[in-house]
Design a protein around this ligand. Structure first.
Ligand SMILES: *[C@@H]1O[C@H](CO)[C@@H](O)[C@H](O)[C@H]1NC(C)=O
Ligand SMILES: *[C@@H]1O[C@H](CO)[C@@H](O)[C@H](O)[C@H]1NC(C)=O
Ligand SMILES: *[C@@H]1O[C@H](CO)[C@@H](O)[C@H](O)[C@H]1NC(C)=O
Length: 447
């Protein structure tokens, strides 16, 4: 009997090799969008706790409730003097910002279970992944004629394209993301930063000559387009080949050439991120997103987030134009009060500082579920693990992950998701995720 079952499963498995399950319009079939009393209670409780949290930790920032359960307005004190001007319009930055807590909770909680490194598996699984997507991640991709010549496309991407995810949710315990703000020179955070399991840095941030302030350790470095083009210089900033470099834009011919010829010994990957709209541009937020997708806890250092902003400074060079300091500060305060990160800054330098009025895990979970329903996200309210996946594809054979080197929390998470890898569908948080599942799981689902 057991043998029979096994044979049946094996047949199914091999027969399924070519099948791509592409579900569309799951909306009405799977989840239920009806908000219950508990859902409303969860959102209410999140928002009222949130207002107290911002008031207690935001150094003058206040959150006021908006028109509905989701909306809050982050307000800076009236005496705040905005200094940053939009270079396009010449307008000074405003003192109040509307944020959507539901959007934030639903999207950020998903980031924590997602893979944010672009893989070949992802492009293969995405419908028309090579024709519609891959070439966009190659600089001057237009000339590639939508990857008509896939060999050529592969050739360009291959240096930064792992077959399957090289990193997993919860792989690291305590992580620190270090921004490049000149504020870093006001506090000697060096030893504290070195106590983290993984340290994330950005662009051309030097370590040498600044170790008292920025520490000596480095695990990952997030790169924008400019830094990626100077890959050889960036690779010299830390011990040869030791940092993993994450490029948030495209692979460039210059970069390709350097990886081959210099050669760059570091691992280099492209980031596959969610989208958080205009509130969240810049390498800093991408670094936080990346860290949240592989760490248990994320602490933030070296961002300009204290009152009294005068100019956009960097700890290692002259001031520069920068972007949206007040909007950034409001957004990071929201992240802290949603329990995603902890802020360390000159005015919040006590390592034992407790963030007051943090939402409990159960509040966040309940609010996340309610938010998904409210936003009509794919799979909202369903208990089926794969309900949030609008594209499901089976993993390649022989791609089993060696879990012997993973932390317990990472192994437990992989068991919880039954080995599924969840990728964001870029710029489309509402339209579900792309999931790749082990063979076994598809068989079970179909049975
Ligand atoms: C596709 O690209 C490869 C690698 O550059 C090249 O050798 C091959 O000739 C190209 N094929 C076509 C049909 O252009
Ligand atoms: C550190 O300081 C020395 C001496 O001033 C200088 O030569 C070197 O370039 C500096 N290193 C970095 C990374 O700034
Ligand atoms: C993420 O995974 C954890 C288990 O590790 C689970 O409890 C949580 O509900 C998941 N979050 C989402 C948004 O699926």
């Amino acid at each position: 009997m057991n043998l029979l079952k096994f044979l049946l499963a094996a047949c199914l498995a091999s027969g399924l090799a070519a099948i791509l399950i592409y579900i569309t319009g799951v909306d009405t079939l799977h989840g239920s969008y009806h908000l219950s009393e508990e859902d409303l209670e969860a959102l209410h409780s999140l928002q009222s706790g949130f207002r107290k949290c911002v008031s207690a930790n935001g150094l003058g920032l206040q959150a006021a409730s908006g028109r509905d359960y989701c909306e809050v307005t982050m307000k800076f004190p009236g005496e705040t003097v905005p200094k940053w001007k939009d270079p396009k319009t010449g307008e000074l930055e405003g003192l109040s910002y509307e944020l959507n807590l539901c959007e934030a909770v639903a999207t950020w909680e998903q980031v924590r279970n997602s893979t944010t490194v672009l893989t070949k598996e992802y492009i293969d699984a995405l419908p028309n992944g090579w024709e519609d997507y891959a070439w966009r991640r190659i600089n001057k991709g237009v000339l590639l004629n939508q990857c008509e010549n896939r060999t050529l496309c592969m050739e360009k991407l291959s240096l930064v394209l792992p077959e399957r995810p090289p990193l997993f949710p919860r792989q690291y315990s305590r992580c620190a993301v270090i921004g490049n703000s000149g504020d870093l020179l006001k506090t000697k955070f060096g030893d504290e930063i070195d106590s983290y399991e993984a340290v994330f840095r950005e662009n051309g941030a030097p370590i040498q000559n600044y170790t008292e302030f920025v520490g000596t350790k480095s695990t990952f470095r997030l790169l924008n387009r400019g830094s990626a083009k100077a890959l050889d210089k960036v690779a010299e900033l830390y011990e040869r080949g030791k940092e993993v470099l994450i490029v948030k834009t495209t692979i460039h011919d210059i970069m390709n050439k350097m990886i081959r010829e210099v050669p760059i010994l570091n691992k280099v990957y492209l980031m596959l991120g969610a989208s958080f709209g205009s509130a969240a541009k810049g390498t800093g937020l991408k670094a936080l997103e990346f860290a949240l997708s592989i760490c248990d806890t994320v602490d933030m250092y070296g961002f300009t987030v204290d009152p009294g902003y005068k100019e956009w400074t960097r700890y290692f060079s002259e001031s520069r134009q920068g972007h949206t300091p007040l909007q950034g500060r409001a957004y990071y305060q929201m992240m802290e009060c949603l329990g995603l990160i902890k802020i360390h800054s000159p005015m919040r330098a006590d390592p034992d500082r407790v963030v007051k009025w943090l939402p409990s895990r159960s509040t966040i979970i309940a609010a996340r579920i309610a938010s998904e329903k409210l936003l009509r996200r794919v799979g909202a309210g369903s208990t089926n693990l794969l309900a949030t996946c609008s594209i499901i594809k089976k993993q390649q054979k022989g791609n089993d992950v060696d879990m012997s080197n993973l932390r317990k929390a990472a192994v437990e998470h992989r068991k919880y998701v039954k080995g599924t890898t969840m990728y964001p569908l870029e710029h489309n948080p509402g339209h579900g995720q792309l999931c790749t599942v082990p063979n076994k799981l598809i068989v079970r689902k179909l049975n």
